[in-house]
Design a protein around this ligand. Structure first.
Ligand code: IMP
Length: 196
């Protein structure tokens, strides 16, 4: 089976390809389609809306099933932000290090470090209606930034199921415990069942 992944975020593409690698499913990136897809504006109000916008746009160019991921970090002390604005928040501040420093300051001020990563995967071009698969990982922000593997906000987030930040583990560990892994697990289970 081939599935197109509607994302130009190379970190996500890499992670999703790694997660699907053991299964008989080939993930194609937008660049593998050999079509010119204009920049997609993510102007939805929820992860689901944004994921659907991206998936529907790419589905105009292929008859293959298309999946799309919208994700973000929600920090309690930060009014559950930056959430759907996670990427934009970092780019407005000039990168992930300044963004994490700002979030740490707020967590320190409020003495609340609880946070979670959210992922919403949408599948279109499969049935006549879009399907959604959600993943969530609860954890905490730590006041140091542990740069290493991974991307984005990985260097200061520790899942409740783990002991170190996502950035400090090899990708195989993050790809087992992450919000994205949890959403993709549900998608894989669904695909297995619906193909029988
Ligand atoms: P999107 O491409 O609009 O869904 O942006 C998601 C943003 O959320 C990313 O660019 C990161 O800022 C953040 N994010 C989502 N998933 C992760 C993750 O697994 N690790 C670290 N940051 C993440």
């Amino acid at each position: 089976m081939q599935i197109v992944l509607a994302s130009s975020n190379q970190n996500k593409v890499r992670e999703i390809k790694e997660i699907f690698a053991p299964y008989n499913i080939q993930i194609l990136g937008i660049t593998d389609l050999d079509v010119d897809i204009p920049e997609i504006e993510e102007n939805g109000n929820t992860y689901f809306e944004n994921a659907l916008i991206k998936a529907n746009e790419v589905a105009k160019y292929t008859s293959l099933p298309v999946i799309s991921d919208d994700s973000g970090l929600e920090v309690e002390a930060f009014d559950n932000g930056p959430g759907i604005y996670s990427a934009r928040y970092a780019s407005n501040l000039g990168g992930y290090i300044p963004a994490m420093k700002e979030i740490i300051k707020t967590c320190n001020d409020k003495n609340n470090y609880r946070a979670r990563f959210i992922c919403c995967i949408v599948l279109v071009n499969y049935l006549d209606k879009p399907l959604r698969f959600d993943g969530l990982v609860s954890g905490r922000i730590i006041p140091e930034i542990k740069v290493g593997n991974g991307f984005g906000y990985d260097p200061f987030f520790i899942s409740d199921e783990l002991e170190k930040t996502f950035a400090e583990y090899d990708p195989e560990i993050k790809n087992k415990y992450s919000h994205r892994a949890k959403a993709l697990e549900k998608l894989l289970a669904y695909l297995k069942e619906s193909n029988q």
